[in-house]
Design a protein around this ligand. Structure first.
Ligand SMILES: Nc1ncnc2c1ncn2[C@@H]1O[C@H](COP(=O)(O)OP(=O)(O)OP(=O)(O)O)[C@@H](O)[C@H]1O
Ligand SMILES: [Mg+2]
Length: 201
């Protein structure tokens, strides 16, 4: 089992720095209520994962404010799942899409992995100032629709809320909504939500 876990961590593309992120290192004291809700949501998702993983609503989305801890919490879930022997792939939106685009010869292998891995974590979905390209939408739809049809969980972080995701692409946004609807937190509010600058306010 230990060797399998090591192999899964290596395959997950989670860096050593991110391997250290956990629920224990996430501070709740004095943090705004939406952050506490996101923490509780991520914890509950982890707890119920084995029971809900093959159902229709088997996924989680933490959406909203930059710096509020979305990536930290979902990496904490990913690290726990990996230590239990569940395969997770980390797909940071911008780098992940650039990587697909620049490796055209192996793109179908890579997309195949993203479709079939036990859990796919798409971090910072639709991040970037430039508009989303047709290439990105086609690849993403392929992954999400496959996972939707086959009841394979996704974890999603994004600064966009569900309405904004649907405005960009309704087929994608509405599938994410349905998959994540039991475990979705929208982190809305002022700058105090941003942990990076919270101490400086
Ligand atoms: N409550 C917290 N306790 C401890 N560290 C935190 C907490 N919230 C955030 N952090 C740390 O602050 C930094 C920013 O958090 P994180 O990257 O998770 O934010 P994010 O919501 O994903 O932001 P973005 O939308 O910009 O990607 C990280 O280093 C994270 O570990
Ligand atoms: Mg993030």
């Amino acid at each position: 089992m230990q060797r399998r876990v090591e192999r899964l961590f290596k395959y997950s593309r989670i860096t050593n720095e991110f391997r250290r992120l956990s629920f224990e290192s996430f501070i709740l004291d004095g943090r705004p209520q939406p952050v506490k809700n996101a923490f509780a949501c991520a914890k509950a998702y982890l707890e119920y994962f084995s029971r809900l993983r093959s159902g229709r609503n088997n996924s989680i989305a933490l959406l909203g404010k930059s710096g509020s801890g979305k990536t930290h919490l979902l990496i904490a879930v990913a690290n726990s799942l990996l230590s239990q022997g569940v395969g997770v792939l980390y797909f940071p939106w911008i780098e992940g899409m650039n990587d697909l685009k620049s490796n055209f010869e192996v793109i179908s292998d890579k997309v195949q992995q993203l479709k079939q891995v036990e859990v796919l974590f798409i971090d910072d979905l639709f991040k970037g100032r430039k508009t989303v390209t047709d290439f990105q939408l086609e690849q993403l739809f392929d992954m999400i629709n496959y996972r939707y049809l086959n009841h394979l969980p996704i974890m999603v972080s994004s600064e966009k809320d569900i309405d904004q995701l649907c405005t960009i692409d309704e087929a994608i946004g509405s599938r994410i909504y349905e998959m994540c609807k039991d475990f979705t937190v929208i982190l809305k509010g002022d700058k105090s939500l941003n942990y990076r600058i919270a101490g400086k306010l």
